[in-house]
Design a protein around this ligand. Sequence first.
Ligand code: CTP
Ligand code: CA
Length: 245
Amino acid sequence: EEASSAAGPLAGRRVVVTAGGTREALDPVRYLGNRSSGRQGVALAEAALAAGAEVHLIAGIVETELPAAGPRLSLEHVESARELQQAVAAQAPSADVLLMAAAVADFRPADYAAAKIKKTDDVDAPTITLTRNPDILAETVRARPARGGPTVIVGFAAETGDGATDPLELAQTKLLRKGCELLVLNRVGEGLVFGRDSTEIHVLASFGVQGVLGDVEPAHVVGTKREAADAVVDRAARLLVAAGG
Ligand code: CTP
Ligand code: CA
């Protein structure tokens, strides 16, 4: 199938999807990791392909099979948050939509040991000092006016809530903080979502795009990851049409 012959609401559009977790190396054989199967990201890539888009999938560490590259799907592999940051920075200027489904490690070991850390006769265990990773999503939003880039930026947040705070409230605050157009809240806890095909999401729209989306239903999806992905992609497509770009 030729890229130009694709039909659908995202035909001729470029969608960048990040999926999976990151690994932050401590030494050549050890890392800190983030748990993420990558399935939601893969479902998003498939949903965008089905909507006619040209898709670039940036995969971190995943526990699922990735789709095969094709005329409208390219793949790239990254490991650390900083590799992901570079990959997103390279892709963002030419993307219409960024779907930031990757679970990015918030911290990495402050120092990388070039040689494997050995036990010593010292009985004490070493202390690992961490440092903050860049916030790739927030950075992409901030860089957009100067660098150009996705008209529609979508963040994803897995929230458990903490008993006192409702996950929806946490997600609303996160949406404001990140500055992206949409934030997809994934309710997690009790082993409900990680690694499963069923999911429950809420799609929150920033104040700036709420009017454009109106009351597109359903903003709340309980179903397969693909069904959730279709709802997200549908909203992204509507926002692009409204932006007229
Ligand atoms: N994200 C990112 N870079 C980071 C951390 C997160 O781009 N260093 C993106 C994720 O890919 C996701 C969104 O930000 O799309 C929300 O991630 P989340 O971990 O929920 O947000 P944080 O700002 O890291 O907040 P928290 O302290 O709740 O983890
Ligand atoms: Ca985080």
